[in-house]
Design a protein around this ligand. Structure first.
Ligand code: KG4
Ligand code: ZN
Length: 348
């Protein structure tokens, strides 16, 4: 089966084409294009929903065309119908996300489904982040699996008993992990998005020079809270007054250490409690090297028997390949008339 995926839930515009192979249970990524309004949003210091949507209107068709060219080489008028014939269905992110942005993807998918006479599969963006892991490793992942989804808008721990059988275990009570990175990056005067900026700055920093709280580290549930950490950094920066480069790198290292420690402890506790076979990391924050490395290292220290899966970095941040992958394993088609964007969509 060949699925064309579309992702526009936040500031990215992504189109990908993914093929499933029933004989070896593997996926092949045939095309993957992403355009981002990041440079615009680094000027505004954060995402302005209307700006994001306006940019996506501009990007949508060129990104689609470029993915189709990557898929088949020739997408000229005379060759178009033969390319389209090779696609079985269209998958699209319907939520959660920014409503203006979601509508652009949903309406594009609806139009293509109508014109090309293809089925359409609505995909939850958060489930998409989990299925980024299946693009390279579908044949290695065993259920039950635990997934930590860490992005700009979400921090969730979920248990997957099988495809489509998801139980939410816990999540953030306030800021998401990525949001904490972004807001703290702003406090430190680092460029948006804060996650990669703090990671870069932290490389030369000494995390022992500052001590920041690890909220809910020892709570018995699987909830998270990061707003107290942000406030602690804000107060510390206020008392310091001027921030020199060394202080910024040290604070960055300490912040990264605090966030990573909480994420890893809760994830490994949950993996042990539910005796899972696989742990799947997903979301933009999953591209953080410290998190990727320490999760694997601490799993060994914890004597966890589960295998740890971490998607390639380009599959952690928003992309359409993960949406097509989620659709392959959760194939529920709807007619084009029934596609609706839902910014509040969650795990159900
Ligand atoms: O999944 P994503 O691309 O979009 C959402 O669904 O939100 O995640 C974006 C988030 C941002 O908050 C960004 O700061 C964070 O992921 N992020 C990182 C890194 N790269 C992106 N956080 C920490 N370290 C990184 N290397
Ligand atoms: Zn995302």
């Amino acid at each position: 089966m060949v699925i064309l995926g579309i992702e526009t839930s936040c500031d990215e515009t992504g189109v990908a084409i993914v093929k499933s192979n029933s004989t070896n249970d593997k996926l092949t990524l045939l095309a993957n294009k992403v355009s981002s309004s990041l440079s615009l949003h680094s000027k505004t210091g954060g995402i302005i929903p209307e700006f994001a949507a306006r940019e996506q209107v501009k990007y949508m068709i060129p990104v689609l065309e470029s993915a189709l060219k990557e898929f088949d080489g020739d997408f000229s008028n005379s060759h178009r119908s033969s390319v389209v014939n090779k696609i079985d269905a269209i998958a699209v992110t319907v939520g959660p996300g920014l409503i203006g942005s979601l509508l652009i993807g949903a309406e594009t998918a609806r139009t293509l489904a109508y014109l090309w006479n293809k089925p359409i599969i609505p995909v939850n963006h958060l489930i998409g982040h989990i299925y980024a892991n299946f693009i390279d490793k579908a044949n290695e992942i065993e259920f039950p699996a635990l997934s930590l989804i860490v992005s700009g808008g979400h921090t969730d721990l979920v248990l997957l008993k099988d495809h489509g059988k998801i139980k939410w275990l816990g999540g953030t009570r306030d800021d998401a992990a990525g949001e904490a990175f972004d807001k703290i990056g702003r406090i430190l005067g680092l460029p948006y998005p804060g996650g990669p900026s703090i990671e870069n700055a932290a490389e030369n920093g000494n995390s022992k020079k500052f001590e920041f709280p690890r909220p809910l580290l020892n709570s018995k549930d699987f909830d998270f809270s990061f707003s107290g950490l942000k406030t602690a950094v804000f107060n510390r920066v206020k008392t310091l007054g001027h921030l020199d480069d060394e202080t910024i790198t040290n604070i960055s290292a300490a912040v990264q250490e605090a966030i990573v420690e909480v994420l890893i402890k809760k994830t490994l506790d949950a993996a042990k409690k539910y005796n899972v076979n696989s742990v799947l990391l997903g979301g933009g924050v999953a591209s953080n090297n410290k998190l990727r490395e320490k999760l694997k290292l601490n799993a060994i220290r914890y004597k966890l028997s589960a295998e740890i899966f971490v998607p390639q970095k380009f599959l952690c941040t928003d992309n359409a390949a993960m949406i097509a992958s989620a659709a392959i394993y959760n194939y529920k088609e709807v007619p084009w008339q029934k596609i609706t964007a839902n910014p509040e969509l969650y795990f159900n």
